[in-house]
Design a protein around this ligand. Sequence first.
Ligand SMILES: [Fe+2]
Length: 362
Amino acid sequence: MRSGTRDGRKAMPPPPPTVLVVEDDPSNRALLVHLLRAEGYRVHAVADGEAGLAAVATAPPDLILLDVGLPGVDGYELTRQLRLDPRHATLPILLLTGRTAVQDVVTGLDAGADDFIAKPFAQAELIARIRSALRLRRALVGMEAAHAVVTALANAVAAKDAQTERHCERLALTAARLGSRLGLPTADLDAVTYGALLHDVGKIGVPDGVLTKPGPLSDEEWLLVRRHPEIGARICAPLESFAAFGPIIRHHHERWDGGGYPDGLRGEATSLGARIVGIVDAFDAMTHHRPYRRALTLTQALEEIRRGAGTQFDPGLALVFVDELAVDGAVLAEPTPVGPFALLAQHLHRVDPAGAKGLRAS
Ligand SMILES: [Fe+2]
């Protein structure tokens, strides 16, 4: 995490995490409150399940330490009720219990608890488990924020150019699928998915009249359109994960023979992620109608990809891509979420399986 702001001022340290303790035994409750405060946590303590639910509704904590054997709504039921609310999906819930038989543990995990702490507990272990659960929570919250930013940008491109709206979503799914066929590690798959989703984000900087022009473009207008990879890379540069997917945005229009733009890179000088998005992008454009030309059939488009192998496209990659689609055109179009797309799909309200099936529809 960065410690300073861009203008050099020191950032305020984040407030300490808040722990909600739900425990009916007064002496245990007092002990937990004392322990946690001594560790620097802010602590709120209540004696039963109903009060626990009310406390979460009023001021959601960063973690709940929950006794299982409570009067009324017990720890399992409270956990179940909290997990029904998507706002509490990543809220760490640690169950404190004297019952550690396998069936009790299974019941707790099924209810949605994150961890178990057996009573009587060792203080050092309790604190270590809380620290670890909060660390995981911070990572998840950070990921959610990153996904929200990427989604907002993707939606901005869609709003600008309705024609490419489904195109970016299809591309993210298809590129991730091709990447996973190639056996890319998870981090690279994530980068390919983000890069595919945002590859045309630079079109935000291209005038509307040019983007939506029904006829062929003039030379001057082409120059404007060809700036979109650079503009896109500049827009995304402040994002934390830019180093991973920025080159995909900048280089998705490079060609294997060096005749692409903006940098005229040749062969493997263009990253594999950019080569994947480049080929999937070209294929998707071929198989969908544009105002200035009709869509090609699947067979015609595959022939075009084959013809472009070694000139426009990485020949090895073109082979894998054509093989996949020639065997079964639907393989790459299945809407199964891959990598970060499962999370992204929750934010992208327009994503649905029909969008992914567009590959076959033309
Ligand atoms: Fe593009």
